[in-house]
Each structure stands twice: as structure tokens, then as C-alpha cells.
Design a protein around this ligand. Sequence first.
Ligand SMILES: [Ca+2]
Length: 312
Amino acid sequence: MSARSGPGATTPHSSRGAAFGDFDNDGDLDVLVMNMNEPPSLLRNDLPQQNGWLQVRLQGTRSDRMGLGATVTVTAGGRKQAQALLSQGSYYSVDDPRLHFGLGAADKADRIEVRWPSGQVDTLENVAGRRVVTIREGDALVAGSTSVLDLDGRAVDPLAIEGRASVLVFVRTDCPIANRYAPEIRRLQERFAARGAAFWLVYADAAEPVEAIRAHLRAFDLPARALRDSGHVLVRRAGARVTPEAAVFVPGAGGARLAYRGRIDDRYVDFDRMRAAPTTHDLEDALEAVLAGRAGPRETTTAVGCFLADVE
Ligand SMILES: [Ca+2]
């Protein structure tokens, strides 16, 4: 034990138990050692770290509320690690219930699988690292993340950007203005998909059934992947208020960064007044800019359309 690590491990104590956990919430494991007849020693890990990490906090619904007895398997950087959440640890000690996973050089987990005592299995894909992820039993969505469900009920985080940008287009099945933009959405997707921009249609009304969304995609020949944002996670993150409204996210140091939010173009002056042709193509200009690595002409514009339900 190096003298530079401090006196915690070199000073003699009569110790009986040790608990491992991230005491100071900085992503590394610290150790609390229980000493006989004196206060415990906290061995705080203050080594600078470059490696990725992830902590998983479990919330049981049918199983134990803390998720005791569940097994969590994390796949990252081609490696698989499994840990079980147990209630026992060392003598009179129990570890941090947040399971800690080192990710090595990876900055995200490709897959997290939770096997609950109830038999329920929850799987999350593409989960960004360097944070505590709360997983609720029976809910494939990461609380506090930007994961939402696709039409098949799979969790997808469109802001875990794999290409160069993520474009969210907020739509409704019953908004005439959004429907009139279908050809333009299609044109932009065809134009920019090959250049690394992923397009997502986001249906944010919880009352819209999946079948209605599928019918809408067919009727308007919308080829983008559709997501359901019933909890308005993406609506809040983007600051969207109406449909159609677009948001362009690019990879940033602390996660996805909003580069543009607003109208697709300025064809609509008001809800019932439109120009013969748009004079600015705001979404297209924003995408051209971010794909060229520069700031766009405007970060936000005001979109005209149908209000999203329940958005303040
Ligand atoms: Ca720590």
C-alpha cells in the first residue's frame, strides 16, 4: 500500500467490516472500514480517473423495492459483467445498493439486462455512462434519461447520438399543418440521412394509440423511425411546444447538445395564414451548419402549428 494513498490503510486499527460504495458520488468506489471501539475509517478514492463507469440503482415494483436478489448484466466495449444485488456484505456492513460497473475505455453501455426475482427481465440498450442509472422493474425506460419507447415497445434513446446529429420532429396524427409537412420531412431525411443525421418522428400525445401512429406513418408515407414520448421527456429536453416542430441535437461534452429548435421553414406565418413558398428553410440551414461543424444562423425559431397537449 503506497504511502501516498494516505494513512487509512497503513495505520493499525482493529477492524471487523468493510462496505464498498461511492461515498462522494464521483463515480469511483470508496471503502468504509468499521473499527472496534472507535469511529469508522473512510478510504476515499481520489485517484484521477479516465475510465468510464456506470452505476445502477434498482427500483422493484413486483420484486423487493430495493431490487434485492436481482442480477444486473452490463455489456460494454465487448465485455460483459454481472453483479447481483445482495443484502449482506462484510461484518455488520452492507455495500452501496447502487451497483458499480467500470466501463474501461467505453463511454456507454451497449446493453444492460436486469433479471428481477419476480422473473421479469428488463433490457436497456445504448445507455450513456458516467452517471447513476435508475431502472424500475417492468419499465424499460431509464428514469432521468432521454429514453422513450418505439412502436414495438423497445426503449430507444435518440439522444445517444451514433452519427453526427439527431433530428427530432414532433408530430401528431391529427395536426393538419404537421401533415402538410410530410413531403418536406421526407425530403430532408433523404437529403441528410446519408450525411449522418438520424431522423426521428416523435409522437408526444399519450392518448394517441400505437395503431393510429402506424396508420399515420402509412398514410403520409413518413419513413422516419417513430417514437412515443408520452412522458414528454423529449418534449422537455427540446423545449418543443407545437407540432410540427424540429430539434437538432449534436454530440457534446456532457451529452447531446441542442443546436437548433423551431420551425421546419417559415411557410406558415400564422395558424391560418401561409406564404406561397417559404423564404427560409430553417431546419435545412441548421443541419447544413452542424454537419459542416459550424454554428447555424439561428438557434431557435418560433414554430407555428398545433399545440402539444399538456405542455405548459
Ligand atoms: Ca467515490
